[in-house]
Structures are given as structure tokens and as C-alpha cells.
Design a protein around this ligand. Sequence first.
Ligand code: H79
Length: 424
Amino acid sequence: MACSLAFPVKAQSYQPTEENLKSRQEFRDAKFGVFLHWGLYAMLATGEWTMNNAKINYKEYAKLAGGFYPSKFNAAEWVAAIKASGAKYICFTSRHHEGFSMFDTKYSDYNIVDATPFKRDVLKELADECQKQGIRLHLYYSHIDWYREDAVWGRTGRGTGRPNPEGDWDSYYTFMNNQLTELLTNYGPIGAIWFDGWWDQDQNPDFDWELPEQYALIHRLQPACLVGNNHHQVPFEGEDIQIFERDLPGENKAGLSGQGISALPLETCQTMNGMWGYKITDQNYKSTKELIQYLVGAAVKDANLLMNIGPQPDGELPEVAVQRLAEMGEWMKVYGETIYGTRGGCVAPHPWGGTTQKGNKLYVHILDLQDKALFLPIVGKKVKKARYFVDGTPVKFQKNNEGYTLLLNDVPTDIDTVIELELD
Ligand code: H79
């Protein structure tokens, strides 16, 4: 009998519900979301990492709250500007590493309602407006907290003057789960919880974030809510989507990726300028062309793009960002059919671009080609018709043993020249 104790009880493996599986497909269909990084750091205007980077004392930092009055905040305008881009969801930072809650929470006074003269639950206003305008809401939630004394120190936030590196894990874990319960109870349907900060304990391999129980709580409260974690690893048990940061799946230019690609729905997040939180000196916005090509680049890799904007301390979105959103929207109005609801196509991504697919339609997205001929290794399927998606002009093509060659009228110069193929 005694030896049976030597066998650990196997944790029950995660079985996503029907609602969850449906939600995953809707997520994949959506293809494009907008990330919003907004917190007290907006006032410092040097990005969301300033508290850590400048080693600001946590009690001094907290005084920012007393001056936070984003007088121009208007959830209806935000949602309208974001919807105009063609984005299908918004991911909002409910609480970033700085530890300030951008929603009304009973579990800490350090929140936008109780600690600021603004006193408005911006998350509630945003959630209501998302409902009204028909766009999904996802919530970013940091596992790191540079403000709370019970948060166990990791490799960041060590210079903020908190007294106890050990923290009090039980207290902090309960706090997080209480907040997650509020977020999933008080704000209507939440499309996803987007965790970040797991990597803060990467030098402490024995650290246990107790994720399975936290994930189960989320799924219990809202079965359709997707769980994602920006841990830069292949997904853990209980997660519903795989997240990439600043790189498309399979690429690692920024140094945060390199993990394998799972069969879960994929999402990659990227900044519109160079920083997540508002940075006043960063006007280095990606061009509309770059943004669209990044979105297409994600779609042909079967991934969503979550494009970030850092709202200003006055509550407005930066004007350039709004302009970019509008221009992306113009493009999506024409080409959305070749993006939404598609999956990565049967011709893998190439340096010239790639393909998306929906039913018997294969959309060839040509982003960079200095040629009028384009070879596509399509075998086992017959191409019946080829035409320019934008105006239906037929495209000539030739077949050989290895596939098909498209014979374009001109060397492509559009942001994305889309050729629609009808497959048998
Ligand atoms: O929420 C956003 C970032 O704050 C967070 N994840 C995204 C979605 C993130 N945490 N860590 N990292 C990203 C990578 C680390 C970047 C850093 Fe830095 C380099 C931290 C300090 C130096 C970037 C540049 C942030 C501040 C300066």
C-alpha cells in the first residue's frame, strides 16, 4: 500500500469546452486587434517601464495617481477610431507591471476610481462601449507588480523601495485571483485574459505561479474566455492561444521569441511606434504600408496581429495613431475579405509574401516582388481561375509538374497585390 504514495496524482488535463473552442475559431477569424497600454506611466511619457528603469520609489510613484485626470477620455471615440481600422478586438491593460489598477477594484485602493481625482472606471466605460459598438474586449493582466509589498520579487522592480523581497505569495495570489474574478464578473463577456510577466521569475526555476488553478478560475467564470500568456514559451496546459511579442511566429528579430509554434490560435503583438506605453519623444511611427504589410505577414502565417497604441495622459489616442488606424481601415474595407475568416494558405510564406485561404479561394498576397512572374508550388489541386482581387482583371497562368506560374501584367507596386485563385 505504502508504495502507491510514491506515484504523484496526475493533474487532470485541460479539456476546453465547446464555447471555448468556438471562441478560438472566432478569434482566428478576427485576425486584427488593437492593444492599448494605459496606466499612470502615461503621465511620465517615457513608456510603461519607467518605474523600474528609473528606480522610482513605490510610494513616490503612487503620488502620480493624485494628479491623473485624463479629461479628454471618451470611450466612444476610442472604440470608434479602433473599429474604423477594421480591428475586431481591443486588448486593454487592466493592470500593468507598475501595479496600478485601471478599473474599480475592491481589493486595492490603488485604482483609477479610488486613487485619482478622475474617479471614473475607464474599463467599465470601455467595456460598455465595446458592447455597444460590437467589438470584443480582451484584458491584459500583469503577473508582476512593482508596487505591492506582497508581490514576490523577481528580476525586475527591485529598485522601487519595497521592504520585503520574499513578499507573501499566498496573499498576492489571492489578490490576483480576486481581481480576475472582478474582471470576469463586472465587465460583461471578456474575449481573453492576456497574462504577462511570467518571465520575471525565469532565474528562479522553482518558482510556482500556480497557473493551472488560475486558468481554471477564468474558464469557470467565463468558459469562452481565452487564456493567453506572454511567457515566450510554447503554450502551457490550460492556455487557449499562443502569443508572440514583436516578431511573427517563427521569427526572432527582437530576441523575445524562438519558441516552437503550437497548434493553438496564434497572435503576435507589435508596437505602432517603438514603445507600448505613451512615449512623448517617440514619433517613429511605422508607415501605414509597414503596418498593413505586418498584418498581412501575420495572416499568411496564420496569426493575428495585435497592434499597440499608448494613449496620452489627457485621455486621447495620439493623433498619428488615429490616422494610421483610419488608413488601415480604408485598406481593410477593400481587402478585408482576403484577411478575415481566412487561415494560412496552402502555399507557405515566401520572401515575396504568402497566401491566405478560405474555402476554395486562395489569396496570393504579393508584398515584395521585382518580377512579373510568380511561381507557386501548388500540387494536388487544380487552379481554375486567377484574377486580380481588386478589380477582377484575369491573370494568365501556366501549369507545370511543380505547380503554377502566375504571369502578371506588371511588376507589383501596391502595398499588397492580391491575386485570387479559385481552386478545384
Ligand atoms: O506590456 C509590454 C511590455 O511592457 C512587456 N510586454 C509587452 C506586451 C514587456 N516586458 N518585458 N518586455 C516587454 C521585454 C523587456 C524589455 C525591456 Fe525595456 C528592455 C525592459 C527594459 C529594457 C523596453 C525597453 C521596455 C523598456 C525599455
